[in-house]
Design a protein around this ligand. Structure first.
Ligand SMILES: *Cc1c(COP(=O)(O)O)cnc(C)c1O
Length: 402
């Protein structure tokens, strides 16, 4: 269940603003929903931790029973620090040094290779001694925004399915052990046919790799941002994937696993970003609410034109007015355009909903602003899980030579 205005106000009063608040119950609810949707399917879920990496979130995920999807060696190390076993970690980097893959191998995690050059190097060095998976680009255009779409023809991700012959040559001549195939076509994919088409492509390719044990469909499950929007129909997807696998397993005479890597789906709705209205500014064009935050704390609206529901949680029942909500960064810094929000006064608290994924995680100190605190609501109690930056943090690591 969503946190109430009252709960959010109390937390903001205790810890100050701006503050990110995460509700553990909602994360558990989303994970349960996925598990139920794929009941009877041989499915494993890897939380794509780039959405939110606070160590407490990682530990909470581990206790729930998720695995972990990592895109950098430091995420891998955070996962291990949180208690995940190496085999529970999938490492899917892009454009990293070969040494980072080797480090992943030393740590014993699942390695997903996304270019032919490294496939060849890995095969030459280790042959079939360390099974790997291959990230493919199926050229399926998917996702809510070009920037978060990864399967299109210009994408830097994966190895094109048109290069299958080359992949096969490398695998044959090096003796690589290919234990899985992977694709991840984008984010915010509502149409489950995108997943099913991707699955078709992979099922077809998997026939050429008899050692394949799992097919990884990545993620991109959508969550509702606007009123009336729906999430990806994971229940229907579970049913369809189950049917496709039953048929395929029977045909090939062995059981395959399906892997998914949900990031946003697990944490987005659990997150609340509470800010304070510093100033109400009437101009000739609009009424601005200027808040004590900026795109340095929540970049999604400016970066992806993302929509976040905004509510006045101090006076939620006042008549609605039309506002433009802006931040305090010294360039265009708009959180929300032309929004109906309960009449807002200076000092009121506003909440951005759906802020758990790619919120704090993409924050910075731009304009020498301090990054917000993070608070976790767990079993009815609130815990500070990251202190607000202090002024000293801005100078930490700098070397004064003058
Ligand atoms: C970002 C990412 C995900 C998660 O995407 P969401 O849209 O947050 O679910 C999964 N797999 C890989 C490889 C990714 O890079």
């Amino acid at each position: 269940m969503e946190l109430s205005h009252e709960q959010l106000r109390a937390i903001a009063q205790q810890y100050g603003t701006p503050v990110y608040i995460y509700n553990a119950d909602q994360i558990a609810g989303q994970f349960n929903r996925l598990q139920n949707a794929f009941k009877g399917v041989n499915a494993r879920f890897f939380y794509a931790c780039k959405a939110l990496t606070n160590i407490n979130i990682l530990k909470f995920m581990k206790n729930l029973g998720t695995n972990l999807d990592c895109v950098s060696i430091n995420e891998v190390k955070l996962g291990l620090a949180a208690g995940f076993k190496p085999k529970q970690i999938m490492f899917t980097p892009n454009s990293v040094a070969f040494s980072e893959l080797e480090e992943g191998k030393e740590l014993g995690v699942n390695i997903n290779i996304d270019n032919i050059s490294f496939l060849e190097r890995f095969g030459n060095k280790y042959g079939g001694s360390y099974p790997i998976s291959i990230r493919l680009n199926p050229h399926i255009m998917a996702g809510g925004n070009y920037k978060i779409s990864t399967g299109h023809v210009d994408s830097k991700f994966g190895i094109s399915i048109h290069q299958m012959r080359h992949i096969e040559r490398v695998v044959q001549s090096t003796g690589l052990h290919v234990k899985g195939l992977h694709l991840h076509t984008g984010s915010e994919i509502k149409d489950i046919n995108i997943f099913l088409n991707g699955l078709d492509v992979m099922l077809d390719i998997a026939r050429h790799f008899p050692q394949v044990e799992f097919l990884d469909l990545g993620s991109g499950f959508k969550v509702p941002y606007k009123d009336g929007e729906a999430s990806t129909d994971v229940e229907l997807l579970g049913q369809k994937v189950g049917e496709a696998f039953a048929k395929y397993d029977k045909e090939l005479g062995k059981k395959h696993q399906i892997w998914f890597e949900p990031g946003k789906f697990l944490v987005s709705e659990s997150g609340y970003f509470v800010v304070k209205a510093n100033v109400i500014k009437q101009t000739t064009a609009t009424v601005f609410i200027g808040v004590d935050s900026g795109f340095n704390h929540l970049i999604r609206p400016m970066f992806y034109e993302a929509y976040h529901r905004v509510e006045n949680i101090t006076h939620p029942d006042s008549d609605e007015r039309i506002y433009t909500v802006v931040g305090n960064i010294c360039e265009t810094d708009t959180f929300a355009w032309d929004r109906k929000i309960a009449e807002t006064h200076e000092g009121d608290l506003l909440c951005f909903y759906n802020a758990g994924a790619y919120g704090f995680e993409m924050s910075s100190n731009f304009n020498s602003r301090l990054r917000p605190a993070e608070v976790l609501v767990l079993d009815g109690k609130t815990h500070l899980i990251r202190k607000r930056d202090t002024f000293e943090d801005l100078l930490r690591g700098q070397v004064e030579v003058i």
